[in-house]
Design a binder for this molecule. Structure first.
Ligand SMILES: Cc1cc2nc3c(=O)[nH]c(=O)nc-3n(C[C@H](O)[C@H](O)[C@H](O)COP(=O)(O)OP(=O)(O)OC[C@H]3O[C@@H](n4cnc5c(N)ncnc54)[C@H](O)[C@@H]3O)c2cc1C
Length: 445
């Protein structure tokens, strides 16, 4: 995406006025980060690392409203860390990857439609399943060790004045030279930024998450595979059952999914087949949690003295995640801009351009999302799985889509040619000729 052409992105009705002194951060200056998830912590650590390299003694203050230690609060996440997360931590952030937190090495995916399933494995590095709250706690500790001041509390308001930003919170109030928005899709965080700047939160999907605790024998036999579901229900775009150390995490996502959709998903026969036969959702007393996935880039995500990163920026691979990786990477790139280019609106254009791998992929992700929804609604996923069993190119494309190991652009380039299009149309025509699959799914009731 060409930044000059993306007028909505630069639209800035309540822009802070331009002032001098917006060069790279230097000794004595202060950066405040709002949010201690992967993006905020990565930005904080990268700022400290770069400042040391450039012999600048800067203050980095990070506000986090939640208490991760002792798992008192946590961020909604399935906790699957995809490659190259160890490289991002170790090479780019100089933080040791916490291998001791890994529960399982994910060896592949089982993709399900209404009536078909296929095992998808690749030759790349595996993904790792962790407990997200312990991962967040570990990263925050690493930030503290590098001299980041972590303030436990929620930021409640921001004020841009000629030469600084004032950060109001329910604990300490601070004056900073630059503020980094890393508040995810937290309603309060988004609202305070929308009030103080031209920021507008990205569009998002809702997600419902629940956990079930089968016995040890069942969990051992489950295997290190994530089961991904593309059911023909109109309201559920995708769902997954992910094995953890002592439980299974089940999640669904869609434009407006609710607890009723999760009830329906848990009774969907292909899902029931992956769960213990004795499991009964009605009598188990399940707790449901709600989260959000961004599906577009936020508007007004930078200006003089502020920049937004991670989920809050919508800087995430659309449709199927790697949100933790994207958060870390955008945090690192924002830090590089702040320390090497500056903290003005002009300087942050460098940040936006440096994220072109994510922004350029959005159009491909949108196309894939549309194709998947339509294919699921019209029950074509059965035929696509059938084709993937016979065709290595299609099978590899499905693996890369689900595992998020490659960008959507790369997947299109490797997959879409006249031969695969012909095979795809052929498979769908066959299912049409063979009868009852070409029908719109029953609307959800
Ligand atoms: C159900 C679900 C499952 C997911 N599973 C995966 C997965 O398996 N793997 C993966 O890579 N990604 C996954 N994701 C995506 C991933 O969780 C996000 O992309 C990632 O957490 C984004 O990181 P972030 O730092 O930008 O935001 P967040 O992790 O959301 O962190 C934002 C932080 O800001 C804090 N905050 C907000 N407002 C304020 C305020 N006013 N003051 C102080 N603090 C504030 C919040 O408390 C929070 O800790 C999942 C998302 C969902 C919803």
């Amino acid at each position: 995406m060409d930044i000059k052409q993306d007028a909505s992105f630069l639209k800035s009705s309540r822009k802070p006025t331009r002032y001098s002194g917006l060069g790279p951060l230097h000794t004595g200056q202060t950066a405040v980060i709002i949010g201690g998830g992967p993006s905020g912590v990565s930005c904080a650590i990268a700022l400290k690392n770069l400042a040391q390299l450039l012999h600048q003694n800067i203050n980095v203050i990070l506000y986090e409203g939640k208490q991760f230690q002792g798992s008192q609060h946590y961020n909604q996440c399935v906790g699957v860390l995809s490659p190259p997360i160890d490289d991002i931590l170790e090479r780019q952030l100089k933080v040791a990857f916490p291998w001791y937190l890994v529960h399982r090495k994910i060896e592949g995916y089982v993709m399900h439609s209404d009536t078909q399933k296929i095992l998808l494995t690749g030759h790349d590095e595996p993904s790792y399943s962790v407990r997200r709250v312990t991962f967040d706690d570990y990263l925050l500790q690493q930030a503290r060790q590098r001299g980041v001041k972590v303030v436990q509390g929620r930021v409640t308001d921001l004020e841009f004045t000629p030469h600084r930003v004032i950060i109001y919170s329910d604990s300490e109030n601070i004056s900073a030279d630059v503020v980094v928005g890393a508040f995810g899709l937290d309603d309060g965080g988004c609202k305070l930024f929308e009030r103080a700047t031209s920021y507008k939160l990205p569009r998002f999907l809702d997600s419902i998450v629940t956990n079930i605790k089968p016995n040890e024998e069942f969990l051992m036999g489950f295997g290190n595979y994530i089961h991904a579901f593309l059911p023909s229900f109109r309201r559920i775009e995708f769902g997954a059952v992910t094995p953890k150390v002592d439980h299974l995490t089940i999640n669904i996502a869609g434009a407006r999914v609710t607890a009723a959709d999760m009830d329906k998903f848990l009774n969907f026969p292909p899902v029931r087949e992956t769960l213990p036969s004795a499991f009964n959702p009605e009598t188990t007393g399940l707790t449901y949690f709600k989260g959000r996935f961004p599906i577009s880039v936020a508007r007004g995500l930078f200006d003089d003295r502020y920049v937004v990163i991670g989920d809050a920026a919508g800087m995430v691979r659309p449709f199927k995640g790697k949100g933790v990786n994207a958060g870390c990477i955008t945090g690192i790139r924002a830090a590089e801009t702040i320390m090497k280019v500056g903290i003005s609106q002009k300087a942050f254009k460098t940040y936006y351009r440096s994220c072109s791998d994510v922004t350029d992929d959005l159009i491909y992700g949108k196309m894939l999302r549309w194709l998947t929804i339509k294919s699921a609604n019209y029950k074509f996923i059965d035929s696509i799985i059938d084709l993937a069993r016979r065709d290595n190119v299609v099978r590899t494309a499905l693996f890369n889509c689900i595992s998020a190991h490659k960008s959507f652009k790369q997947i299109y380039e490797e997959t879409i040619n006249l031969t695969t299009i012909g095979k795809g149309i052929g498979a769908i025509m066959m299912s049409f000729i063979n009868g009852n699959r070409f029908q719109v799914s029953e609307p959800y009731t």
